[in-house]
Every structure is written in structure tokens, then in C-alpha cells.
Unconditional design. Sequence first.
Length: 55
Amino acid sequence: MENKITKRTDLLDRKGHVIKPGYATKMLYNYNKENIKAHPSLRTEGMGLLSNLLR
């Protein structure tokens, strides 16, 4: 079953896991990049990494 997000919520917990998976019709997730638990070389500044890969 799909989970519709209707209230503003954080995207990731302190361990880097998605708190409440689902969809929203407008941006309701609070994105905190300090909660990303990935190797520093995999972290991105917005869409910079993706746009560099697509060139």
C-alpha cells in the first residue's frame, strides 16, 4: 500500500535511514545532509554530482 505524506517531516533519521517512506503532492520532507551516512565521496551538493555524470 502506498503511503501519502500529508505533514512536514524529516526525511532521514540520525543513522541515515528514511523515516517515513512514501509520496507527497508537494515537498514536505525536511532534508538534512548531515544525516546522510555514506562515504564522503558519494555525498552531493544538490544535483552537482548527477549533472556532472550526465555530461
